[in-house]
Design a protein around this ligand. Structure first.
Ligand code: DSN
Length: 438
């Protein structure tokens, strides 16, 4: 099916937007998408996102709405919640957050108060903005107690995390990262949180599908709350969700006068605390993404993401480059250019000219500024969605090597490499773009 058949009304009545969709399809099907937080949404997700559920106001929750006419959206939201609970084994599930940052914001509103200490990884160490970074609401309204990676090993040292927690006694501990390629030890985080009476919150936005596939530890049994986005490797819509225990183990200590348990406080924080009407079209798409994530095919994809990342690491190391944290357990490969003359920004810009889309990133022990960095963060979810395997990663490593070798004279090789990549990609279906019908 061509775009003309797929978007006939846009083509006829808004050719400008139609043309931009054409260009985006061309871009996404002729370049290697290696932004670690991206993948390709499925056709089902795209269709649900474009459905009439976008028309409906549904403020409130199923059977407790502030608008009439929600008999169908109630069924839809219940379906999404039940599928989510089954997929992750969660006690309570909220599918209304507009994205990952609002999901994390709701957790703060539910379990801490402005001025409280919260423990998280700074962005410069691979943490997320909403884990207490200074320019985000989370660092302005709460006091971040930072923990990070060892600059020598690039690994999180759990003894150090414990030492900091015992000294600072934060009320909330974030176990989650955006640029850390190794597994997180949720059992160790849970012991530490228990020692200091802190809520333990995992943010699995980056690794949710690895948890589903069983190739990354599962945080749900260990954490009070788990948050996530549904786009990234999960291949759903741009949206977020929050899972939690129902009862609050610290109710007596921190919320003795509240008549609401943990699950209820989270729901109230999302709506009416922070948001208005839920995006029901995104919730429809999330429901169908959860159904797909329960299949064996999806679990294979989760496993292959890690195999591909490991194959990429081996090939890159063989070519003489360093990677942060010494390797990967996940979808992430962070190239470490601390010893090179060129910077992360130099390489990410040169890669983009050649059709490899990634981002520059700080690495552990980085002496360069965050606006330049010594690293490039690469991810394998999108390439794995295309059906690529370990052998294909050897080709990708080759192109990366050629870019690094020509970084100061990239125009000399850019057209050729870009052409080779576009040609190579013709051998793959591009989910949501270059149809496979049904
Ligand atoms: N922007 C996402 C990432 O790239 O990791 C996190 O929200």
């Amino acid at each position: 099916m061509s775009n003309a058949e797929r978007f006939p009304h846009l083509k006829a009545n808004d050719p400008e937007v139609y043309q931009l969709i054409q260009e985006q399809c061309e871009l996404e099907s002729s370049t290697l998408k290696m932004i670690a937080s991206e993948s390709y949404a499925t056709y089902e997700v795209m269709e649900a996102c474009g459905s009439p559920f976008t028309n409906k106001y549904s403020e409130g929750y199923p059977d407790a709405r502030y608008y009439e006419g929600n008999q169908v959206t109630d069924k839809l939201e219940n379906l999404a919640r039940e599928r989510g609970k089954k997929l992750f084994g969660a006690e309570h599930f909220n599918v209304q957050p507009y994205s990952g940052s609002p999901a994390n914001h709701a957790v703060y509103r539910a379990v801490v108060k402005p001025g409280d200490k919260i423990m998280g990884m700074p962005v410069t160490d691979g943490g997320h903005l909403t884990h207490g970074w200074k320019v985000s609401f989370s660092g302005m309204d709460y006091v971040q107690v930072p923990y990070g990676t060892n600059p020598e090993t690039g690994k999180i040292d759990m003894d150090q995390v414990r030492e900091i927690a015992l000294r600072e006694r934060p009320k909330l501990i974030w176990a989650g990262t955006s640029a850390y390629p190794l597994k997180l030890d949720y059992a160790a985080f849970a012991e530490i949180a228990k020692e200091v009476d802190a809520y333990l919150v995992a943010d699995i936005s980056h690794i949710n599908s690895l948890v589903i596939a069983g190739v990354h530890p599962d945080p749900v049994p260990y954490c009070d709350v788990v948050t996530s986005t549904s786009h990234k490797m999960l291949r759903g819509p741009r949206a977020g969700f929050v899972m939690s225990k129902i009862e609050d183990r610290y109710q007596q200590k921190y919320f003795p006068t509240s008549k609401f348990n943990l699950a209820q406080r989270i729901d109230r924080a999302v709506f009416p605390g922070l948001q208005g009407g839920p995006h029901m079209h995104a919730i429809a798409a999330m429901a169908t993404a959860f159904a797909y994530a329960m299949t064996d095919e999806f679990k294979e994809y989760g496993k292959q993401i890690v195999k591909n990342a490991r194959a990429l690491v081996s090939a890159i190391i063989e070519k003489g480059y360093a990677v942060a944290s010494g390797g990967t357990d996940t979808h992430l490969v962070v190239l470490d250019f601390r010893k090179e003359e060129f910077t992360g920004k130099d390489v990410s810009q040169a890669l983009a000219k050649c059709g490899i889309i990634a981002n520059f990133n700080m690495v552990p022990g980085d002496q360069r500024k965050p606006s330049v960095t010594s690293g490039v963060r690469l991810g394998t979810p999108s390439l794995t969605s295309l059906g690529m395997k370990e052998n294909d990663m050897l080709k990708v490593a080759d192109w990366i090597d050629q870019v690094c070798k020509n970084v100061y004279d990239i125009d000399k090789v850019a057209t050729r490499i870009r052409g080779e990549i576009a040609e190579f990609l013709k051998g793959f279906d591009v989910p949501g773009i270059r149809p496979k019908l049904i």
